[in-house]
Design a protein around this ligand. Sequence first.
Ligand code: PEP
Length: 253
Amino acid sequence: MRKQIAAANWKMNLTYQEAETLLHQVVKNIPKLEDQQHVVFAVPAPYLDLAQDEIAPKYQVYTAAQNVYTKKSGAYTGEISVIMLNSLGVDHAIIGHSERREYFNESNEMLAEKVQVCLENNITPIFCCGEALQVREENKQNEYVAKQLEESLFRLPADQLQKVVIAYEPIWAIGTGKTATSEQAQEMHAHIRNHIAKTYGLNVANEISILYGGSVKGANAKEIFGQPDVDGGLVGGASLNAEEFLQIIKALK
Ligand code: PEP
């Protein structure tokens, strides 16, 4: 059975003290999770150790880095490596968020390297894909997302690909309050799964969790997560509010 995941992406928000309070409020109120249900906190890098401590008593709750570098160590000032994450016990990393693609010029090729270095070092990549508004208006979103998957993920052998979590995040829905309809989300998630199945077979495709991201909140999570190919969400803004994020966790299948 594939995993159902509620992942918080705090981005570059909160002070250390605010982070501590929010983690505490959420973690202590997480309901008992079913075996297939996971919660992930992608917190800013300086708070990863704090988050590791806060989640320690909880079953099926994980931390994530919001980015990693392609190299494992060396003269790369300001970057974060998978080895550092290993040494903290951090086991997930968001790879290729649209903000990293847009502001830091991360290409599909570079993201393929990041995914690879994560998998080689036991870090689960949460690989983000998704189209801009103009691509959607031209009705080219299926080809666009297929290319992102092909160029960043399709060099992996099946046993490695199965370890990747995919997050479909239409850029026009991120931080805009404009959510894709549950039909639009389901349509793209089914397209992603079918595209994987064409190359890797249905068994592999059915094992991969595909999260939806883009203005998910407490009020719409249940409907979106209820779609057959939606396996939870990657949540930005609403994950900064304890009650909202707890409601989103409760909406997992
Ligand atoms: C995100 O940052 O990945 C995201 C989906 O943000 P928001 O939920 O605020 O749209």
